[in-house]
Design a protein. Structure first.
Length: 109
């Protein structure tokens, strides 16, 4: 029922994402220097290195790439079912070094 209501609301309001084209695959500033903050600051992150292989790594602090981007300071984190698919290697688009995490408690900076 909630899904049907959401779809109806979306049809009535239009697609709000038309103007929000985002840069795809911005998952690791180590891969492309323009994704890293020009300050050169580093941060800790959880990165995927293969099936059942995730590690805490030090990587570049990310930069604002698109106008709708925000940088958050993570204060707590957890995992969900989607993370388990990544961990077990079910998502073939994953590349070694991709940074994981979106289920977080955070501060906007």
């Amino acid at each position: 029922m909630a899904n049907a209501a959401s779809n109806l609301a979306g049809r009535m309001m239009g697609d709000a994402t038309d103007n929000l084209a985002a840069t795809p695959e911005v998952s690791n500033p180590d891969k492309r220097p323009e994704w890293a903050d020009p300050s050169g600051e580093k941060m800790k992150a959880l990165a995927w290195f293969g099936k059942n292989d995730v590690r805490m790594v030090e990587t570049w602090k990310p930069a604002i790439v698109d106008p709708q981007d925000v940088i958050i300071k993570v204060t707590g984190s957890t995992i969900c079912g989607s993370d388990l698919h990544l961990y077990h290697g079910s998502i073939i688009q994953m590349q070694k070094g991709d940074i994981l995490g979106y289920s977080v408690l955070s501060w906007l900076t």
